[in-house]
Design a protein around this ligand. Sequence first.
Ligand SMILES: [Zn+2]
Length: 222
Amino acid sequence: MATNNNRVLSIDVECVATSYTHEDRSPCSVAIVDDQCQIIFSSLIKPKEKVVSDLYILTGLHIKDLEQAPSLEEVLNQIYPFFDSTTIIVGQSPKNDLKWLKLEKGVHYSVVIDLSDWFKSYNARYRSMSHHSLAHEAWTLLNIDLNATNGHLATQDAKAAMQLYIKYKDDEAGKQNACSRLLNTQPRITPARAHNYNYEGVCLAGYYKQMCRCNRPSLVND
Ligand SMILES: [Zn+2]
């Protein structure tokens, strides 16, 4: 049982699609990484709902890979002991991850650190805030290619998030510098973009309003 006060954990959840909008998702894998960048938990998750696409280009998983996986409830029972009311959670736009894992403030964590807020910056060209993807942050700031494998592994994403946290948590000037590097570096082509933000009929533009064809609200923070 975890009882460390103020333990910092990064989390990442990957999802398959249960219907065709960018909101219709069900968790298929989860990883938790500690502040030593060690993977302390990872598991596949068997979706309860019918899956319309495994989103292979994003998840690297096929539906059959999930057949023997534990249910979400079973996984949650395994992960809750890692969290307590003092846990600090780090992630890239972790709002949805928190929702999938049913993590509650005051019970499972005290503070959430959202890296997409750390590295956002005002983009004069579009007259709006630019949020970057974790893949762009990892490539530009850590020289790690999260798109190198087929699909994002939750373990690799959670590790990269923790590395970014460790690298910049006590370096405000470095963070400012990182923001301008991110803004001035052309993002590489992501799997979603390579498929024009639509895979097997499923909208992949949850974080890219301009390409969304399903008309559900954007997942980007305001
Ligand atoms: Zn959409």
